[in-house]
Design a protein around this ligand. Structure first.
Ligand code: NAD
Length: 401
């Protein structure tokens, strides 16, 4: 089933597109309103790409400031800079990083296309608001992890940045060198780093810690990652389990209580001898598995550092407090949120490329073309004409109905 949305008038709006001969969409890039958010949905390069393709792009004043993209750079790329008043007049597509607030949503005309990190599986009230607002909303978190959608995979881009930065946070907090050093005052042994979960963030953390000269080991329940871990020069802690640990799509499955306990035992043995633990374990759609208990923290060396990247989702460490640094039993436990936002230039550039790849998948010859038989379009579309389209969001809503 293909649905074509030709031009703005056919989407039930009150004003025609201006000066484009009907070949492009009118796109708005707002300044992110979430406190502390430094990323922006489009960098000037991606704006230029859209303008060259015939779209009209309005960027809110100062939208790129957090990522050091000036208003002038956007103007040079062909955008108009617009104050917040009237920003959404006759808009057709809003491109965002974070989900919009209820107040922002109220300003979007019915039929507007919204693309962003909308967190639809956790924010079911937000999904209902998108439906009520008549928005055609796409969530980048829902991009399927299939080969042809790789260029749209913003979660992987962001996880990679977070994995890299987690190691720098740890190196900054640790009262030791990472590399081995031979000095006139004697030899300093390298720091020992343990990475829990070797998906996108974990593999980048391993590579970064290795570049800094640490001795690295990693643990993951999916045996398939052993080779990748070892190819980065890290040791792999292997747990032989009788149960399947990944589904048909290659994603981790939740473990039985017994397997979970054995995993914790393995980590407990190893954690006593390391200086840094970076935790990145997750099972899609679930609370993060708890891999580090308080007893394990107590057994770590004083001055050791844990950086828990799964804090937003409950944390991999029992003592993590989302968004905070806590000290427990002499161990510093960092549980940072929005780590990619601390690297706003590259985070915005990569995010913009992922977003535009999805946009270009959805827009043909200046028109939104929705083919819900296409896996990418169907999976990412949260709402369209008041209906929830994504099967994953439908499933998340089912118990609440
Ligand atoms: P991913 O799915 O690619 O990797 C997660 C890995 O955890 C998988 O390899 C999986 O097999 C492994 N795993 C699952 N259960 C496990 C268990 N019990 N023991 C050991 N390993 C287990 O995920 P990702 O994209 O690398 O993201 C990792 C985490 O980082 C997520 O929680 C994500 O939300 C978080 N993240 C945080 C930030 C931040 O700013 N704090 C930013 C980006 C990502």
């Amino acid at each position: 089933m293909q649905t074509h949305y030709k031009g703005f008038l056919e989407q039930g709006s009150n004003q025609p597109m201006s000066g484009l001969g009907g070949i492009g969409l009118k796109i708005v890039v707002p300044k992110e309103s979430t406190p502390g958010e430094s990323r922006v949905a489009l960098d000037p390069d991606r704006v230029k790409r859209l303008v060259d393709a015939g779209h009209e792009v309005a960027v809110e004043t100062g939208a790129g400031a957090g990522a050091f993209f000036s208003d002038e750079a956007y103007v040079e790329a062909g955008a108009r800079i617009v104050a917040s008043d009237g920003l959404y007049n006759s808009v057709q597509a809003v491109l965002k990083v974070q989900r919009p607030t209820a107040q922002e949503l109220a300003n979007y005309p019915t039929g507007t296309t919204l693309i962003g990190l909308l967190n639809p599986q956790d924010d079911l009230e937000g999904v209902k608001r998108l439906g009520k607002g008549g928005l055609t909303a796409f969530a980048l978190e829902l991009v399927p992890r299939i080969a042809r959608a790789q260029k749209m995979d913003a979660l992987s881009s962001m996880a990679s940045l977070a994995g890299y930065k987690a190691v720098l946070i740890a190196a900054h907090a640790l009262g030791k060198y990472f590399p081995m050093l031979i000095t006139a005052a004697g030899t300093i042994p390298p720091a020992k780093v343990l990475v829990l979960g070797a998906g996108v963030a974990g593999l980048q953390a391993i590579a970064t810690a290795r570049r800094l000269g640490a001795v690295v080991s990693a643990y993951d329940i999916r045996p398939a990652v052993k080779e990748q871990v070892e190819s980065l020069g890290a040791g792999f802690l292997e747990l032989k389990l009788d149960e399947r640990t990944e589904d048909e799509g290659g994603y981790a499955k939740a473990l039985s209580d017994e397997a979970q306990r054995r995993g914790q035992e393995l980590v407990h043995d190893h954690i006593k001898g390391v200086d840094v633990v970076i935790t990145t374990a997750q099972v899609p759609g679930r609370r993060a598995p708890q891999l580090i208990t308080e007893a394990m923290v107590r057994d770590m060396r004083p001055g050791s550092v844990i950086v828990d990247l799964a804090a937003e989702n409950g944390g991999n460490c029992a003592l993590s407090e989302a968004g905070k640094v806590v000290e427990a039993h002499g161990v510093l436990i960092h549980a940072p949120l929005n780590v990619p936002g601390t690297l706003p230039v590259h985070a915005s550039q990569l995010y913009a490329r992922n977003l535009i790849a999805l946009f270009e998948h959805l827009v043909q010859d200046g028109n939104l073309v929705l083919d819900f038989e296409d896996e990418i379009t169907r999976d990412c579309c949260v709402t369209h004409q008041g209906e929830v389209i994504s099967p994953r969001v439908q499933a998340a809503l089912a118990p609440a109905r």
